[in-house]
Design a protein around this ligand. Structure first.
Ligand code: AMP
Length: 216
């Protein structure tokens, strides 16, 4: 079972990916989270990726696809891909990785959101620098800037500063959006309105995923 969650930065991919992976027993593979943890650990991959992530640019395709290939295997078999693929080269690379493992993509969801709302959400987002828990200055503020789970400092992600966030939204429009056609024509594809409340988005996603399971 391979599910792909697509959406611009700020569309709520992380939140919905957590919901879907828990509900359907999928391993959540979030390339952005992996890069952030490699950068924090100052690993060779983190050092190579750092300047791209900080600038809101895409990390080179070979680094990303190698990293994903190393984490996908047919024994585990059930994955939710979040933040990958992000362009046509990565989509084609994923198809060949999956073919080698005798797996294929079962469903693709696009979280649809306006650029204005996405930007508003990104600049209000804060994250715990230790455990990664996500906060929001309006809807889920952190008490005294500390994480309620681990006590870590809750901060604005470096690539969530407005100027970088705008760049990431442009990258999505210019590079990722054209890739979506690859899946629209080939796979079981659904667009969900990500402007709704998180619970409503989750409910819409669950109806779609259940319908796919019912057919298979
Ligand atoms: P995200 O948390 O998914 O918004 O990703 C944060 C950053 O990680 C992006 O702005 C890119 O710099 C990098 N990144 C994550 N996934 C990919 C990918 N599939 N291809 C290239 N860069 C990526």
């Amino acid at each position: 079972m391979i599910a792909i969650l697509l959406g611009a930065p700020g569309s709520g991919k992380g939140t919905q990916a957590k919901f879907l992976s828990a509900k359907y027993g999928l391993t959540h593979l979030a390339t952005g989270d992996i890069f952030r943890s490699e950068i924090a650990g100052k690993t060779p991959l983190g050092i190579k990726a750092q300047s791209y992530v900080k600038a809101g640019k895409l990390v080179p395709d070979d680094l990303v696809t190698e990293m994903v290939a190393a984490r996908l295997n047919s024994k585990e078999g059930r994955y939710l891909l979040d933040g990958f693929p992000r362009n046509l080269v990565q989509a084609q690379a994923l198809s060949s990785i999956l073919a080698q493992e005798k797996m294929s993509v079962n469903l693709v969801v696009l979280l649809k959101i306006s650029q204005e709302l996405a930007l508003e959400r990104i600049v209000s987002r804060r994250v715990c620098s230790q455990c990664g828990e996500v906060y929001n200055v309006q809807t889920k503020p952190a008490l005294n800037g500390k994480c309620g789970i681990c006590g870590g400092a809750v901060v604005l992600r470096e690539d969530d500063f407005e100027v970088t966030a705008r760049k990431r939204l442009m990258v999505f429009e210019d590079i990722t959006r054209p890739m979506i056609a690859y899946y629209q024509s080939e796979f079981i594809f659904k667009e969900v309105d990500a402007g709704l409340k998180p619970d409503e988005v989750s409910a819409a996603l669950a109806i779609f995923v259940d319908s796919i399971f019912a057919k298979s």
